[in-house]
Ligand binder design. Sequence first.
Ligand SMILES: Nc1nc2c(c(=O)[nH]1)N[C@H]1C(S)=C(S)[C@@H](COP(=O)(O)O)O[C@H]1N2
Ligand SMILES: [Mo]
Length: 402
Amino acid sequence: MPYEDLNDEAVYQRTRAEQPARGRRDRLRLAATDGEPVSGEGTPGIVKPLPPETFIAHGTNAEMRWEAMRDVGYHVPNDRFFVRNHTSTPIIDAATWRLELHGAGLRNPRGFGYEELLALPAVTQDVAIECAGNGRSFFAAQQGEEIFGTPWRLGGIGVARWRGVPLATVLERAGLTPEAVDVMPRGLDDGYVADGVDYGRVRRPIPVSKALKDVILAYEMNDQPLPPDHGHPVRLIVPSWIGLASIKWVGDIEVSTSPLASPWNTEFYRMFGEAYPPEGGVPLTAQGIRSAFELPWDATLAAGRPHVLHGRAWSGNGRIAGVEVSFDGGATWHRAHLRDPHVVPAWTRWHITWTSQRTGPHTLLARATDETGAVQPMRATHNDYGYLFDAVVRHPVTVVNG
Ligand SMILES: Nc1nc2c(c(=O)[nH]1)N[C@H]1C(S)=C(S)[C@@H](COP(=O)(O)O)O[C@H]1N2
Ligand SMILES: [Mo]
């Protein structure tokens, strides 16, 4: 299947239609799509406007268009940041909001109001939030594989400057004990119901070691109070981990002395499929390594003159060490210039100049390497839910006489 001919959503719909009903997979399909249509019906439950120049709507979610990043700086502005909602954005009054900390892992279980949180010592950090399903549509479009779930291209990521209180600070004030094992934040949005199953409110455990390391209870995004769609009044920011861990609209946090479970670490957000054990792989934690061009999908470029192509690369493992670009389908690679090479755990901007003498369709490839030596592969390992697509994305462009 030549990827040029494929519309991601059409492929997705077709693979769904062709897939025979098969017990668990059938259930997964509904659960992974939130029981929502995947396209074409607007975006229920998101408060902010989603202009088609900057967003692609998918069910209850909306991804950022990469070309919209060309005219903005390092951070994604709040009005352009992607939204991933299991249900819909709740409107919560900061004045009456409280965060309750409870559980056997605390000596002094207690609550915090918004003003109390604001009065605690704050930190500010650039952190990428990326959905584990980002890039999912390329399992079908590039690899011809069946997938279940929101057909993101690469716009299920954003970097913002988050300000808030280290989770460690509030845990200490609630008397965290040495016996504590897991913390489980829970959102105040409606419970998630799919295929007749009520999974309850969105929640997912994090080990205490990670909670104490770098997790933030954020109340500002790019110097503004958190917008409703991104977790107002307070959300978690869990650096380098899949976006799901960064629970929005957090209302309570359980701190346990034995391991915690929720459907989000038992049924969802782990790897299922032929390459994995029947009960699934380990619950997903760190994001993979990826890169994207700040170009429209199937951009048009003029022949015979140099174009500075811009992009960004990121990795859940650490710093980006290099980005190479190919203009000939992977036969030769050219080193791009990195602009923010020391940024962790966010993205690094890069650029490279390209002149094409040949008109017609071309494929641009970008391949990132991180400080651990991890390199984007040419093919991603299949999994039923289409999580963590880390392979090089084939970005189509058309060169015209200009
Ligand atoms: N309470 C709650 N938190 C949530 C979600 C949700 O639906 N409800 N979605 C999660 C997922 S899957 C992702 S990828 C990120 C998306 O964050 P954003 O919408 O601010 O971009 O939020 C996470 N936190
Ligand atoms: Mo996500």
